[in-house]
Design a protein around this ligand. Structure first.
Ligand SMILES: N[C@@H](CCC(=O)N[C@@H](CS)C(=O)NCC(=O)O)C(=O)O
Length: 415
């Protein structure tokens, strides 16, 4: 049940705080999808919130906070779940405490029935603003769809069901081109690993690695379409469909895609058991480590609307420890596993190589990445490879227009 309202709420709160003012975010206690006491938007930003339930007098709750810290705005998440009495109490906050209240909620449930909280907000609010969301049919979305396990829209059931984000939000098939492999991705580090491997395979002459690449706009929620969820039930890029098998083989998780393609074409994954174990070790090391770099350091350092010292320091320390692990290994070896470049280098380059080169997070100075000299040497060496340069451009939907390749169907799209 997400139409961008949490993002709008967090943005409003940020606007106040940026000017040195204080806000109180209230969220219903039973909405525990992201942990009790947090408002989280699908685009990855979040903020702490105070919880309330139906027995709380919201005038007294706000007054209590206001006495401890002067408040300039109160923001209510999932406001459709307010009771009639609580909407009245919030009116008292506005009239008696002179604090503006911004309530974000849904008008109607999946049956088209109005929520009680929304009914009284629509009746009593001083101002109403509609946050526009577009339905899969292309028209303005006016109600929320609740879908069953097969993605079919439901018309009855209880009004309140928190969650459901793991199910498709709309019915839409994915495009399928003529090439053997279909890739649904975006040029983030997790996406780039796969396009680099595909371009490396093509550079070696494997025509079976020809692929159609389609950009999945994760900011617009394309990863939650029924077509995408069918190739990746986890709703994250990258996802691959191999149409040469019957039935077609779906592969999700970037590490699994690298192994699948390396095995299919017999390249970039050693066959000798010891060498293979070393390659798998560095590949799985990346899969386990990069969430601390991306979801941890990158999120708090580069993307979070409010900068908190504690998580930035915690994740910076961990990323520096990881860079040191790579650096000590690369002091002895040309590539992560020795003399040969393989899928573990591609996976680690996409994250740590791009970090030290400065292509993600602009944190070279902060992390003192130049001091990891062997990582920097290895990253530059890989960055020079023509297939890497090509792979990095596929599914790139930002930066100079001439560098963007939103869809890739043949080599000429990159030439
Ligand atoms: N472990 C996964 C992580 C994939 C991942 O986090 N993808 C991000 C982009 S880099 C995504 O699709 N995010 C969209 C979302 O979370 O809704 C992999 O390596 O494939």
């Amino acid at each position: 049940m997400n139409a961008g309202k949490s993002t709008a709420l967090l943005q409003s709160s940020y606007n106040y705080r940026e000017r040195g003012m204080h806000t109180l975010i209230l969220t219903p206690e039973f909405d525990d999808r992201f942990g009790v006491g947090r408002v989280t938007s699908r685009i990855g930003i979040d903020a702490p919130a105070s919880t309330f339930d139906h027995s709380d007098n919201l005038f007294l709750v706000v007054e209590g906070h206001h006495q401890q810290q002067v408040l300039h705005c109160v923001l209510i998440d999932e406001a459709q779940f307010l009771t009639k009495q609580q909407v009245f109490e919030l009116g008292e906050v506005v009239d008696r405490l002179k604090i503006p209240v911004l309530a974000y909620g849904l008008r109607t449930d999946f049956r088209g029935e109005p929520f009680v909280g929304s009914q009284y907000l629509l009746a009593w609010a001083d101002n109403l603003e509609e946050i526009k969301a577009i339905c899969h049919c292309g028209k303005k979305a006016t109600m929320v769809i609740r879908a069953d396990d097969q993605g079919r829209a439901l018309k009855d059931g209880s009004q309140v069901e928190i969650g459901g984000n793991e199910r498709p939000t709309h019915d839409k098939d994915l495009p399928v081109g003529d090439n053997p492999l279909q890739l649904y991705s975006l040029a983030t580090p997790n996406g780039v690993k796969v396009t680099v491997l595909l371009e490396e395979l093509l550079a070696l002459g494997h025509t079976g690695a020809e692929y159609d690449a389609y950009t999945i706009n994760i900011g617009e929620g394309t990863q939650f379409s029924s077509g995408f969820v069918a190739v990746n039930p986890n709703s994250k890029i990258p996802a691959l469909l191999d149409t040469t098998t019957s039935p077609p083989t779906r592969v999700f998780e970037s590490g699994a895609i690298l192994v699948y393609l390396a095995e299919k074409f017999g390249e970039f994954l050693p066959t000798d058991p010891s060498a293979r174990a070393e390659c798998m070790s560095w590949l799985f090391w990346q899969m386990g480590s990069a969430p601390y770099l991306g979801g941890g350091f990158g999120h708090f350092y580069a993307y979070a609307p409010e900068k908190y010292e504690y998580p930035i320091n915690r994740f910076a320390m961990e990323v520096k420890r990881q860079l040191d692990v790579l650096n000590r290994n690369l002091a002895e070896r040309e590539y992560l596993c020795g003399d040969d470049y393989n899928i573990s280098d591609m996976a680690n380059y996409a994250w740590y190589g791009n970090l030290v080169i400065g292509e993600i997070y602009s944190a070279q100075e902060f992390l003192d990445t130049a001091s990891y000299t062997h990582v920097a040497r290895w990253a530059r060496q890989i960055d020079e490879r023509p297939a890497v340069k090509r792979g990095k451009r596929v599914n790139k939907a930002w930066g100079p227009e001439e560098e963007q390749v939103i869809e890739r169907h043949s080599a000429s799209d990159l030439d």
